[in-house]
Design a protein around this ligand. Structure first.
Ligand code: FE2
Length: 262
């Protein structure tokens, strides 16, 4: 993808975010601004990973654009439903694709590029993703890592001293009270990502965030999250029962193993 096309995509994103934010009242606009800033950082994370993986400049442009556009459906979703829970609204990846598909800059692209962008965005929020096409798979892995990297960074930046988040919509408005659920702990003991449907409290949400390391693909992503100590910062705000301590120990070991990989 040419630099000009990337710039056209950036212009579309900038205008779209501005339009949605301008048209909404404060409680909505702070959520939309959060998603705009998330998208900008995911795009930057995609570029960081693309460079670490030594992709060609043309491919770096595509993955950067995918990172920027992957969540545009969130604007539509939040404006309509006032929350970010796909299970009780709509699949926000599908909303992103619908919105992008109507845009002139997108329609001008070659079919192969459109297909790549569509498939990678469609797969970004699914519990797991696989594709037989090598390029789709690689780009999806980059986007999924880049998205997780920012979910951790965003969560840590919104953490308050009392262990709650200053924007409750990021933790799906889950209640503060309650210890970790059995189903959540079970996933962690099995070293698997926690399922969103199992979340019942803020403690579950934090464990869910931490468990995402089990679905992280690249060494460069592990380096990134370790440098920022993001998993530790989330863990530090938790009430520590034996099972939570155990789960964290396993997570740390997993990270260490991946960091020592060649
Ligand atoms: Fe998303």
């Amino acid at each position: 993808m040419s630099h000009t096309k990337l710039d056209e995509g950036k212009e579309f994103f900038g205008e779209l975010a501005k339009k949605f934010i301008k048209a909404s009242d404060f409680s909505v606009s702070e959520n939309l601004q959060m998603k705009r800033d998330h998208s900008l950082r995911v795009a930057a994370n995609c570029l960081y990973l693309a460079k670490a993986l030594e992709l060609e400049p043309e491919d770096q442009h595509i993955i950067e654009l995918i990172g920027l556009l992957h969540d545009v459906g969130r604007f539509v979703q939040f404006e309509k439903y006032k929350h970010f829970d796909d299970t009780t609204s709509e699949d926000h990846a599908e909303l992103s694709i619908q919105l992008i598909s109507e845009q002139e800059f997108f329609l001008k692209m070659e079919e192969e590029e459109r297909k790549l962008i569509t498939e990678v965005i469609a797969g970004h929020n699914k519990f797991s993703f696989s594709s037989k096409e090598k390029k789709v798979m690689l780009f999806a892995q980059i986007l999924r890592d880049a998205d997780k990297m920012d979910n951790w960074e965003l969560a840590v930046s919104l953490l308050k001293r009392d262990g709650t988040f200053s924007l409750p919509t990021i933790s799906y408005n889950l209640p503060k009270m309650g210890l970790a659920s059995d189903a959540v702990l079970k996933s962690l003991i099995a070293e698997k990502p926690v399922l969103k449907k199992d979340l019942q409290s803020l403690a579950d949400f934090k464990l869910f965030l931490m468990s995402l390391v089990y679905d992280l693909n690249f060494k460069a992503s592990f380096v990134w999250v370790t440098d920022r100590q993001l998993i530790k910062k989330i863990y530090d705000t938790m009430t520590k029962g034996d099972k939570v301590i155990d789960a964290y120990r396993k997570i740390r070991l997993h990270i260490e193993n991946r960091l020592t990989e060649k």
